[in-house]
Design a protein around this ligand. Structure first.
Ligand SMILES: Cc1ncc(COP(=O)(O)O)c(C=O)c1O
Length: 450
């Protein structure tokens, strides 16, 4: 593809130092990266430093950043209030493996945002949060099976590496998706404890529950599926699931690792006005510090006091909790949400206008600070729609064309979405759109030629 050859060659020309550094990293680290998702072709640029709304690489390029650390950076990089709070905490100790008052302060901030959350436990990542929430759900109900949605990502522990991104040809029946283990090293037996259901299909979920009567203890859903853009639930899907969970005695888990505090102060639970039993959180609650949390109804969370394990040396350490309390109290204020939501709308509308003007077929899916562009007319309502209608190679052209102009539109991959941070300003949105405008005619030609 000619456009791709040009884009790759421009990228290589701009990132020679990154290439050298990447080759060196590769000698010491599998795939040269710390999380396999970050290894993309031909090679990732290597970060020198971050500040505000920019990432700077070793070649001196700066990128206007809408990736924002896979959505962990709604506060933007190096936010002065967060940096100052955490710097002060450095002087007072970074880890106490004994209780301290910040635990309560941070928990109270989360409780204010989620009606469903009476009690909170802290972890160090989203993966740990979903792993523990699932364990708690199973322990509370005494039922070992988990129901998870096809195409949803909930972290990298064994129970969630089933049918996260099933390849075409292995999908199975749309109402009863296949169980596909996504990593070597995950035992087959794990898949026997997980049932897979389609998103946005209550009927199919109810049928799966009927087939597994009294076996399923927890349902985990990402209320907006962010492993396939910004895929929203149909009206009544989330409330319907609430009713189903009540009827069948199942713990309803919202995975708000990506949606939490970003689509609304109280995440998707607030945005859609649904009360789950447990909520998992991470990413933007910590302002770029490594933290996670899970919380929920008192009766369920108290079983941790009996015989349901939740431990961790670094859980609730004061360094990250200082960041969490500052982010939730002082940075993600209601003014900040107004600011970010306005910018989100400006970006989405700008994309739609440019596509219309240049004849690009596509649409934007967005909710407040989160959004993405899909180069198709088809609605994306679940993972299968994404597989069928999204041309990931074409999207790659768009992504590199933006990157080469110094705009990182979202994390690498067509499945991802942008995050508008509190530090972005109107001129950053306009710069982003200007870059798209520059490349749009060429993308339109390319799309028409396919
Ligand atoms: C919805 C969701 N849950 C869980 C996780 C895992 O979080 P972490 O990468 O902090 O382990 C992610 C990560 O992207 C996620 O998007």
């Amino acid at each position: 593809m000619e456009i791709w050859e040009d884009l790759e060659s421009d990228y290589r020309e701009q990132t020679g130092q990154s290439k050298n550094a990447y080759d060196e990293l590769y000698q010491h680290i599998p795939a040269g990266v710390a999380s396999t998702f970050r290894a993309w072709s031909p090679y990732p640029f290597i970060v020198d430093k971050a500040s505000g709304v920019h990432l700077h690489d070793l070649d001196g390029n700066s990128y206007l950043d809408f990736d924002m650390n896979n959505g962990a950076g709604m506060v933007g990089h190096t936010h002065p209030e967060v940096t100052s709070a955490v710097s002060n905490q450095l002087e007072e100790g970074t880890l106490y493996t004994h209780p301290h008052e910040l635990l309560g302060e941070a928990a109270k901030e989360l409780k204010k945002r989620w009606d469903a959350v009476d009690l909170v436990r802290f972890t160090n990542s989203g993966t740990e949060s979903t792993m523990h929430a699932i364990r708690v759900a199973r322990a509370y109900t005494g039922k070992d099976k988990l129901l998870k949605i096809e195409g949803s990502y909930h972290g990298v522990h064994d129970y969630c590496l089933i049918s996260k991104s099933t390849p075409k040809g292995q999908l199975g029946h749309p109402k009863q998706p296949s169980k596909v283990i996504e990593s070597d090293g995950v035992p087959d037996e794990i898949a026997e404890t997980v049932e897979i259901a389609p998103f946005n299909d209550l009927e199919a979920i109810e049928a799966i529950l009927q087939d597994n009567v009294n076996e399923i203890g927890g349902i985990i859903v990402e209320p907006i599926v962010m492993n396939v853009g910004v895929t929203q639930p149909y009206r009544k899907f989330l409330t319907g699931l609430r009713e189903i969970c009540d009827e069948y005695g199942i713990v309803y888990i919202f995975d708000e690792v990506k949606t939490g505090v970003k689509v609304a102060p109280g995440g998707a639970a607030e945005y859609y006005d649904v009360e789950p039993d447990l909520v998992t959180m991470a990413k933007s609650i910590g302002g770029n510090f490594p933290v996670g949390a899970f919380g929920g109804r008192e009766e369920i969370m108290r079983i941790i006091e009996d015989n349901t394990a939740h431990y961790g040396t670094y859980n609730g350490n004061p360094l990250v909790l200082r960041a969490v309390t500052t982010v939730l109290r002082d940075v993600l204020t209601s003014d900040a949400y107004d600011h970010v939501n306005d910018l989100g709308e400006r970006l989405a509308t700008g994309y739609e206008d440019i596509m219309e003007d240049t004849g690009i077929v596509g649409h934007v899916s967005n909710v407040n600070s989160q959004g993405t562009i899909h180069f198709t007319d088809n609605e994306i309502s679940d993972y299968r729609d994404f597989l069928e209608h999204i041309d990931t190679e074409f999207h790659e052209n768009y992504w590199f064309a933006m990157l080469n102009q110094g705009v990182l539109p979202h994390p690498h991959d067509a499945s991802q979405q942008w995050t508008i941070s509190v530090q972005h300003e109107q001129e950053d949105i306009d710069e982003h759109l200007e870059a798209f405008k520059n490349i749009a005619p060429r993308l339109a030609d390319e799309q028409q030629s396919v």
